[in-house]
Design a protein around this ligand. Sequence first.
Ligand code: F6R
Length: 357
Amino acid sequence: EKGTYPHYMLKEIDEQPLVIRNIISKYQDENGEVTLAEDIRNAMKAADRIYIIAAGTSYHAGLVGKQLIETVAKKPVETHIASEFLYNMPLVSEKPLFIFISQSGETADSRGVLVNVKKLGYPALTITNVPGSTLSREADFTLHTFAGPEIAVASTKAYTAQMAVLSLLAVDAAKAQEIELDFDPIKELSIVATVMEALCDQKDALEKISRDFLNVTRNCFFIGRASDYYVGLEGALKLKEISYIQAEGFAGGELKHGTIALIEEGTPVIALATQKHVNLSIRGNVKEVAARGANPCIISLEGLNSENDQFVIPKVHEYLTPLVAVIPLQLIAYYASLHRGCDVDKPRNLAKSVTVE
Ligand code: F6R
């Protein structure tokens, strides 16, 4: 039930801190350590390469998952769009592990890949919000995202839950290989939950940004580098699916290779700046678009911010910034949809779970 909330989407955005705390409590042992089931740990350890398969928002979580597993657990990872992998399968390594990410666990494109992978005899892990679902039953192992039912068609809490679980999977795989961690994963996730709360309290500021930047526009670009690029893709998907504003996410450095031709006087460009090693470069990209008339909105991380940034996110661990950076984008999309009088929870042409290919 959505209770006093006008829309499920807003309720589900607000539930994100709780979901993260729930995930922490489900996955920590009595010593406050992350421990996953032994068969999952062994499968991660045995794999020489990991293939993440998903669609839509879950694919975007998979892109972040690749980065988490590679940086924390030092395993090579490829993230693929399920419907592409299905008919254009790359050469796979000798000992692959397949990870399916699916909120519903029923997405036909992902299931198609799972069926093929099982025929080939490869191990498969499903990360899902619905443990009894098809993808969960047909895989060898399941990790539950514990986000609770997600009713709004636009996925919000399932996405952040998927990334939180992927971070724990990465941490567990690192431990299995005796890789020293230089951070406390549970503590850092608790900080994420606290920061999420602070962001959910900033609705008025984000509604104003939505009004100031998106009220009259037909299009909007999201730019970022490294993990901010992945979050930008998700921000663009949220905005287009519920407000029908044409929105695209781009890697900051790729803009000048073509897309910059689309920048006109007043085109909104939402830039994410949460990554220290690319902070100067992304700000350079903002200058490039501003010089061509764009209306840039910079969303940065505390400590990397400049004085005139439109929105500053409190600090979290650098690996976990996508979990918090997406929240302003979810809320900006929500208000854009609301201001345009769209059906926030049930956008046109879309179904909550896509069970046909
Ligand atoms: C976007 C959205 C979709 C789903 C996609 C995959 O907000 O919800 O892009 O993420 O259809 O669905 P699942 O995760 O159920 O496999």
